[in-house]
Write a protein that binds this ligand. Structure first.
Ligand SMILES: [Zn+2]
Length: 317
């Protein structure tokens, strides 16, 4: 009966017992349902090699993929202390924060990194979807402002990589207040005459779409990314109509003029370098000044003109 103990028993045990090997060795592609080995997935930057479906890529890998030689520094973003509204749904907000922090190793959903892309210094603000669905709360808003100010300080362009469910409901009104705050942050970059590029990845929805994500000088999206304010199900239930195929997907939005480009993840770094190069080059050539500076200059010229006219008058008399 040796074959029973040596062969059958281990087989059954292997089926029944919990395995020690991590369960994320194989990923199932949501596009074609093929199983992909984790090493292959990392090598293709989480793009399915069978059908080119773009899966969500961890923020660390995303940043490494974009910066020269994968080198960058992250800056410390102010951390949310305590729970401002003492919010509790199925779990306390404080507990959710703690869980997400230990799961991701980040303090909040927004990561601010700076480094070089094609030799050009760039500040990148990337949202980590694994941290409470990339939702925007107080710390997020502060982080975005810090990213914008860092960009201005370094005279570097700002690139935002979005992937978010929108506002963080556990912070209620405080979360909604981050929408205008994020717009102000982007405005600071624009006022300094620096390029702001927004890279929309799957999914970019809610308050993030309704604020800084849509303000890019150039808006790039990844293939198949869901981008919208309310989800398709909510819209269908509200308007009682079937939505067209591909609605709110990157390609549909490109066709309807809401975004500028749909770029394959493999080409994203090169595309960013090219666009930033063009924007910065044209800026140097034309010496573009921000609207505020131009207005100030106009006002000064006007005053000078007035003064010189006044000075001329007594001489004419
Ligand atoms: Zn696939």
């Amino acid at each position: 009966m040796n074959w029973l103990t040596n062969y059958v028993r281990p087989k059954i045990r292997a089926l029944v017992e919990k395995k020690d090997v991590p369960d994320n060795l194989w990923h199932k592609c949501s596009g074609c349902e093929q199983m992909i080995f984790h090493r292959e997935l990392a090598a293709t930057h989480y793009v399915c090699s069978h059908c080119e479906f773009h899966m969500r890529i961890p923020t660390k890998e995303r940043l490494e993929m974009l910066f020269d030689s994968g080198e960058y520094q992250t800056i410390k973003v102010p951390k949310l202390k305590g729970d401002p509204l003492k919010f509790k749904d199925l779990k306390r907000y404080g507990e959710r924060l703690k869980d997400s922090r230990s799961k991701t190793g980040n303090d909040d959903a927004l990561l601010v990194a700076n480094g070089k892309m094609g030799g050009q210094r760039v500040v990148v603000a990337a949202i980590n979807f694994s941290f409470m669905g990339g939702s925007m709360g107080l710390a997020f808003g502060k982080g975005l402002l810090a990213a914008a100010r860092l960009a201005v300080l370094q005279s570097a362009p700002l690139v935002c990589i979005t992937s978010s469910g929108g506002a963080r409901m556990q912070e209620g009104i405080l979360s909604l207040m981050q929408m205008p705050r994020s717009v102000i942050a982007i405005d600071e970059v624009k006022e300094a005459g620096l390029p702001y590029i927004s890279v929309l990845t799957d999914p970019t929805t809610g308050g993030v779409t309704a604020s800084f994500a849509m303000l890019g000088d150039i808006a790039i999206a990844e293939p198949g990314a869901l981008i919208g304010f309310a989800g398709p199900r909510v819209i269908e239930e509200t308007i009682h109509q079937k939505l067209p195929e591909g609605f709110q997907r990157a390609e549909y939005l490109l066709e309807h003029g809401m975004i500028d480009r749909v770029v394959h993840r493999r080409k994203l770094r090169d595309e960013l370098i090219k666009i930033l190069g063009l924007l910065l080059e044209s800026q140097q050539q034309e010496n573009i000044v921000s609207i505020k500076t131009a207005a100030r200059k106009n006002a000064q010229d006007f005053k000078l003109k007035e003064v010189s006219e006044n000075e001329e008058r007594p001489a004419a008399e």
